[in-house]
Design a protein around this ligand. Structure first.
Ligand SMILES: [Zn+2]
Length: 249
């Protein structure tokens, strides 16, 4: 009898074990698998990552390197100066300063300006550098044959002093006093009342609805870098329009 009962119990137990999966216990196999342990172990990793200090969101504004001011002689000025010019070379200075190229890199350029304006010019170009306004070239105009302004403009060369008159007037230009600067002149041409323009290779940029790096438009930070400091912009004139030209009488 005892043996028979034991046999019956074993049979019932076996049936229960066999039936268990059929009655639906999906949780039964889960604890046996190691998968829940994997995310638990991985969780601390992201928290550790989040505690790593991040770099600043925006880098500090770039600062132009120090400018250098030097005196100039008639020999230094070459064909930009001649006897009869309104200022002697002693009243002029060469300013060497940093500018941002169209390649985004820092370049060194030279401007010859009136001795009273060196600080002004350094401030303006430090601001242009800070805002990232690109300038293609900046070298003094005696680097072009006969200090020809047209050649300098065609080369999109930014320049200041040149002892020349205002075309067609016989009056000295402010450039002859080192009190005017032409910026990216090919991108910012001179346009007279008839619509003729200089330099000759600037046709594309006579259309001032264009917006391209280096072009100057009313209200641009690059224009304000001058006009906020009291300079006059030729783009504000009625005629001619001289988008490259800033002067400080
Ligand atoms: Zn000019």
């Amino acid at each position: 009898m005892v043996i028979a009962r034991l046999a019956a119990l074993v049979a019932v137990t076996a049936a229960l074990v066999q039936c268990a999966p059929d009655r639906g216990h999906p949780a039964t196999p889960s604890p046996a698998t190691p998968s829940p342990a994997t995310p638990t172990a991985a969780e601390p990793a992201p928290e550790t990552f989040r505690t790593v200090p991040r770099p600043p969101q925006t880098p500090p504004p770039p600062t132009a390197g120090p400018a250098e001011i030097s005196s100039v002689t008639a020999a230094d000025l070459g064909s930009t100066w001649r006897a009869g010019c309104p200022l002697p070379p002693e009243r002029l200075r060469q300013v060497e300063l940093d500018y941002r190229g169209f390649d985004g890199q820092t370049h060194r350029g030279q401007l010859v300006v009136h001795e009273d304006l060196t600080g002004e010019v350094i401030d303006v170009f430090a601001e242009l550098y800070r805002i990232g306004y690109p300038i293609e070239r900046m070298r003094t105009v005696e680097n072009y044959p006969d200090a020809d302004d047209e050649l300098s403009m065609r080369d999109n060369n930014t320049s200041a002093f040149n002892c020349r008159d205002i075309p067609g007037t016989g009056q000295w230009s402010y450039h002859a006093y080192g009190r005017a600067i032409d910026v990216n002149p090919r991108l910012n041409p001179f346009v007279d009342r008839r619509g003729d323009y200089q330099p000759a290779n600037a046709a594309r940029w006579v259309d001032r609805t264009r917006t391209e790096p280096g072009m100057l438009h009313d209200g641009d930070a690059a224009v304000l870098a001058f006009t906020d400091r009291g300079w006059t912009w030729g783009g504000h004139w009625r005629t001619p329009l001289d988008y490259q030209h800033f002067e400080l009488p």
